[in-house]
Design a protein around this ligand. Structure first.
Ligand code: GAR
Length: 209
């Protein structure tokens, strides 16, 4: 069984997508051992508790430095024997200490086709706003391994979503979630749990079943 720690900050619809795929048997070998939020009132915590998943908040503002925050997050992962860390809408920054402790064991979902509309300051609705402002016709979502540079780690999966003329950041965000994020995040977790992701330099090769 692969123990997963999910990092969240908000509504937790991506967390819900993972829970649903565990419940329906798609993610057979996986167990969410803890959900950790950077915000005290995050609805994601309630979602977890409905399924009796341990859910705790570790607020960034209670720690003086990134290093101290990393140590607190590492402890919360180690307390629950976490083997894979999934950032599912986690909007705090992880530092070197955390990233080195879980090297090649942290994945993130980002709401754009990296390397477009990503990096520092691109989170939540902003990638969608910027995509609409730029006038691109296609956007989407990306799941990638996490390295120190924001949104720059090796890409695991991407899925494209067409932009409509009358899209707003909100309608686009909803469609990208429904058509891309909730699909490719569980799929990437499944591939990881089956040992089918192989790092080749900065590329990820997916082994056939
Ligand atoms: C999702 O769209 C996720 O891709 C994004 O935040 C949202 C969280 O929604 N993440 C980022 O922007 C990270 N840079 P959720 O809490 O409903 O899963």
């Amino acid at each position: 069984m692969l123990n997963i720690g999910v990092l969240v900050s908000g509504g937790g619809t991506n967390l819900q997508a993972i829970i649903d795929k565990i419940e329906d048997g798609y993610l057979k070998g996986c167990n969410i051992s803890v959900v950790v939020s950077s915000r005290v009132g995050a609805y994601a915590l309630e979602r977890a508790r409905k399924y009796n998943i341990p859910a705790i908040s570790v607020p960034r503002k209670e720690y003086a430095s990134i290093d101290e925050y990393d140590s607190a997050l590492i402890k919360s992962m180690e307390d629950y024997d976490v083997e894979l860390v999934v950032m599912a809408g986690f909007l705090s920054v992880l530092g070197e200490k955390f990233i080195n402790r879980f090297k090649n064991k942290i994945i993130n979902i980002h709401p754009s086709l990296i390397p477009s509309f990503c990096g520092v300051g691109y989170y939540g609705l902003i990638p969608h706003q910027k995509a609409l402002e730029y006038g691109v016709k296609v956007t989407g979502a990306t799941v990638h391994f996490v390295e120190l540079e924001a949104d720059a780690g090796p890409i695991i999966l991407q899925k494209a979503v067409y932009i409509k003329d009358d899209d707003t950041p909100e309608t686009l965000q909803k469609r990208v979630m429904e058509q891309a994020e909730w699909e490719i995040l569980p799929e990437a977790i499944k591939l990881y749990s089956e040992g089918r992701l192989v790092m080749e330099g900065r590329k990820v090769r997916i082994l056939e079943k």
